[in-house]
Design a protein around this ligand. Structure first.
Ligand SMILES: O=P(O)(O)OC[C@H]1O[C@](O)(COP(=O)(O)O)[C@@H](O)[C@@H]1O
Ligand SMILES: [Mg+2]
Ligand SMILES: [Mg+2]
Length: 338
C-alpha cells in the first residue's frame, strides 16, 4: 500500500532525507505541478470555459494550434518565469527559447515542455496531457542561448508528465525511480498514489497508428505482422492493440500495465526522422520509461544518448516493455537500413 503523502511532502522528503534533489529543483517542480493543476481546471471546463476549438494560428512546426495549446503554454510560462529557479524555457509551441526576463531573479535550470500533448483529442474529450523535461545550464558563460538546451536526454535532472484523463495524474522522475500522484480535487493537491513504478519486461499489447501501415519501413511491418499473427505465428501469443493518439496517455498505460509504443520513421516524409519531438516528448518519456525498467530507442539507438542538434528536432520512438523494444530495435539493426 502506497503512503498517501502530498507531492510537497514527497519532494521535501527527496530533498532532505535522500539528498536526491536540490531545493531549487524541488521548488521548480512544485511550480510546474501548480501550472498543471491550472491546466487541468481549464481542460475540465471544456465547452463551458470556451477552451475548445482552434485558435486560428499555426505553431513553428506548421501545425494548427488549438486554443488549449496556447492557454497551456501561457500558464506554464507565467507560472514559471518569476519563480527564480529558471534561466529559460522552450516549448513545442514557441519558435525560440523564452529567456526569463531581467526583472525576475535568474536560476540555473532550463525547462522544456509540450504544453498540451494529444491536441487532436481535446475537442473529443479524450485524455490529453503536459510533458516536461528539466536540464541544468552548463556552468560559466554569460546569458543563455538555444545551444544551452542542446543536451542529450541523459543530462535531464528531472522529467515528467501530467495526464488529464478521468483522473489528473502527475508522473515524475529525478533519476531514482518513478512516482505517480493523483490530483485530489477537494483538497486541491497532488497525492502520492504509486511509487517504484515498474513496467513488465514482456507484454502482449502494442500501440501504433495502423493507418500508416503502407508507409512503414520493413522492420516495423515485420514486427507488427508477427504480433498480428498471434498464437499461431512466430510469437506464439495473441496481441492486443491500443492507440489513443495522445502519447501521454499511451505512455501512461504502458507505465501502468506494460506494452510497447511505436511512432516510427515512415515514407510519408522521408527526410523527417519521425513525428514526435526529441526534446519535449521523446527524452522525458524515455527517462520515465527507463526509470521504470523499460527501454526507449529511435529503433536503432537509445533515445537518451542522442545529441540534439536543434530545439525542435524530431525523432522516431519505440518505447515500453524492455524485451519488445529490444526486438523492434534488433529487427532494424538486422535490416541495416533506414
Ligand atoms: O495523429 P497520429 O498519427 O495518431 O499522431 C498522434 C501522436 O501525435 C501527438 O498528438 C503529437 O503531439 P501534439 O498533440 O503535442 O502535437 C502524440 O501525442 C501522439 O502520439
Ligand atoms: Mg505532443
Ligand atoms: Mg503539443
Amino acid at each position: 500500500m502506497t503512503r498517501r503523502i502530498s507531492l510537497t511532502q514527497y519532494l521535501i522528503e527527496q530533498q532532505r532525507e535522500h539528498g536526491q534533489i536540490p531545493q531549487e529543483l524541488r521548488l521548480l517542480i512544485e511550480v510546474v505541478a501548480r501550472a498543471c493543476k491550472r491546466i487541468s481546471i481549464s481542460v475540465t471546463k471544456g465547452a463551458l470555459g470556451e477552451v475548445l476549438g482552434t485558435a486560428g494560428s499555426e505553431n513553428v512546426q506548421g501545425e494548427i494550434q488549438k486554443k488549449l495549446d496556447i492557454i497551456a503554454n501561457e500558464v506554464l510560462i507565467e507560472a514559471n518565469e518569476w519563480g527564480g529557479h529558471l534561466a529559460a524555457m522552450a516549448s513545442e509551441e514557441m519558435e525560440g527559447i523564452h529567456v526569463v526576463p531581467n526583472r525576475y531573479p535568474q536560476g540555473e535550470y532550463l525547462l522544456m515542455f509540450d504544453p498540451l500533448d494529444g491536441s487532436s483529442n481535446i475537442d473529443v474529450n479524450v485524455s490529453i496531457g503536459t510533458i516536461f523535461s528539466v536540464l541544468k545550464k552548463a556552468e560559466g558563460g554569460k546569458g543563455v542561448s538555444e545551444d544551452d538546451f542542446l543536451q542529450p536526454g541523459t543530462a535531464q535532472a528531472a522529467a515528467g508528465y501530467c495526464v488529464y484523463g478521468p483522473q489528473t495524474t502527475l508522473v515524475l522522475t529525478f533519476g531514482q525511480g518513478v512516482a505517480m500522484f493523483t490530483l485530489d480535487r477537494e483538497q486541491g493537491s497532488f497525492v502520492l498514489t504509486s511509487e517504484g513504478v515498474k513496467i513488465p519486461e514482456d507484454t502482449k499489447e502494442f500501440a501504433i497508428n495502423m493507418s500508416n501501415m503502407r508507409h512503414w519501413d520493413a522492420p516495423v511491418s515485420r514486427y507488427i505482422d508477427e504480433a498480428l499473427a498471434g498464437s499461431t505465428g512466430p510469437r506464439g501469443k495473441d496481441f492486443n492493440m491500443r492507440w489513443i493518439a495522445s502519447m501521454v496517455a499511451d505512455v501512461h498505460r504502458i507505465l501502468t500495465r506494460g506494452g510497447v509504443f511505436l511512432y516510427p520513421w515512415d515514407k510519408r516524409e522521408p527526410n523527417k526522422a519521425g513525428k514526435l519531438r526529441l526534446m519535449y516528448e521523446a527524452n522525458p518519456m524515455a527517462f520515465l520509461v527507463e526509470q521504470a525498467g523499460g527501454a526507449a530507442t529511435n529503433a536503432r539507438q537509445r533515445i537518451m544518448d542522442l545529441q540534439p542538434t536543434q530545439l525542435h528536432e524530431r525523432v522516431a520512438v519505440v518505447l515500453g516493455s524492455k524485451k519488445e523494444v529490444e526486438r523492434v530495435t534488433a529487427y532494424h539493426l538486422e535490416a541495416g537500413k533506414k
